[in-house]
Design a protein around this ligand. Sequence first.
Ligand SMILES: Cc1cc2nc3c(=O)[nH]c(=O)nc-3n(C[C@H](O)[C@H](O)[C@H](O)COP(=O)(O)O)c2cc1C
Length: 171
Amino acid sequence: MSSPAPQTPAVSDPAHYRKALGHVPTSVSIITATGRGGPIGMTIGSFTSVSLTPPLIAFFIDKGSSTWPLMYESDRFGVNVLGHRHSELCRTFSRPVADRFEGVDWQPSPHGIPLLDEAIVALECTRVKVDVIGDHYQVVGRVESLEVRAADPPLVFVQGGFLDLTPPTVP
Ligand SMILES: Cc1cc2nc3c(=O)[nH]c(=O)nc-3n(C[C@H](O)[C@H](O)[C@H](O)COP(=O)(O)O)c2cc1C
């Protein structure tokens, strides 16, 4: 007689679910836009490339986000991919601070989108589609322009922390 399958924690246990999926490494980007009072932005790990022709990208936003409704007022947004030295920017743009741009260097793009000087890759996008997927919005954007600004390794988030991708120095 075969032994029963081992019991695994239920998918319905949110802590277990988050911890298990936290083993999947993600890139870290700051989505930016111009709000009524100036630049606004938030950290995301769900950025992904979708299509080359046409050039489409996507990311997922928690329906409870307080920043997304302000971003939605504009049909353009920026995606600022962070490099391996930018863990502090990742934290700043995921915290409830009054002005996430305080002390952060940025420039407006020709279309008025705030783009961070420190981004290793900066994209300007037009919003194409927003769908409700479970407790998130799936946002699809068309890439209007992009710039690779630094060859640094990306910031990688996994298991609640950052991978150190600092290249070794040759003695
Ligand atoms: C590494 C990392 C990745 C994140 N990825 C996402 C994401 O893909 N989607 C999302 O909605 N929130 C994500 N968050 C959380 C948001 O940054 C955070 O909840 C949000 O900025 C809360 O502020 P808000 O209410 O101003 O939107 C992430 C946070 C961190 C630290």
